[in-house]
Design a protein around this ligand. Structure first.
Ligand SMILES: C[S@@+](CC[C@H](N)C(=O)[O-])C[C@H]1O[C@@H](n2cnc3c(N)ncnc32)[C@H](O)[C@@H]1O
Length: 155
């Protein structure tokens, strides 16, 4: 299994970069004993460098063949953290790769969205894509702690 995040925009330094690095590091440490590999992040240029279709093409190339494609989209399902952890465990048990996709300022190309196996919403409000990356990283870490039975997730 591999876990990837394909995201529009470069996250260099700053608070979001520090949070993403911290949560993905915690995920890697917790996931090690659970058969969950470290997350690999693939950043693509935003559409200032081209068209929406070009952005979609770059995201598409970052998705490993055969991977379950999970699009982050405010119109998607709103799973609980426990449901999310169970899905992650399911992909692990099937040895299925999974790739989370986060769009840029203009969202995700409809053609690309059609490839989704699952669309996840972090609520109906629209969040900046860099914060979505932080929240996704936190939910991955939370999922690992749920699967590990550790007390981080108290709900
Ligand atoms: C600034 S938003 C783009 C909003 C754009 N107007 C649209 O219609 O999709 C950038 C990206 O962040 C993610 N995103 C924003 N809010 C979200 C939410 N509530 N749940 C899940 N993903 C979200 C999506 O991947 C989106 O493409």
């Amino acid at each position: 299994m591999r876990i990837d995040i394909a995201a529009v925009g470069r996250l260099k330094t700053g608070p979001e970069a520090a949070l993403v690095a911290d949560y993905l590091d915690r995920f890697a440490r917790t996931g090690r004993g659970l058969g969950l590999p470290p997350v690999q992040v693939h950043e693509v240029e935003d559409r200032r460098a081209g068209t929406m279709a070009a952005e979609a093409e770059l995201l598409s190339r970052a998705i490993p063949p055969g991977a379950a494609v999970v699009m982050m989209d405010e119109r998607g399902d709103q799973p609980t953290s426990v449901d999310f952890a169970a899905r992650l465990a399911g992909w692990r048990d099937q040895a299925r790769d999974v790739c989370f996709v986060i769009g840029g300022a203009d969202g995700l190309d409809p053609g690309l969205r059609a490839r989704a196996d699952w669309q996840i919403s972090l609520g109906r409000m629209v969040w900046p894509h860099l914060l979505v990356r932080v929240m996704l990283a936190e939910q991955l870490y939370r999922a690992a702690t749920i699967l590990a039975g550790s007390p981080y997730h108290r709900a």
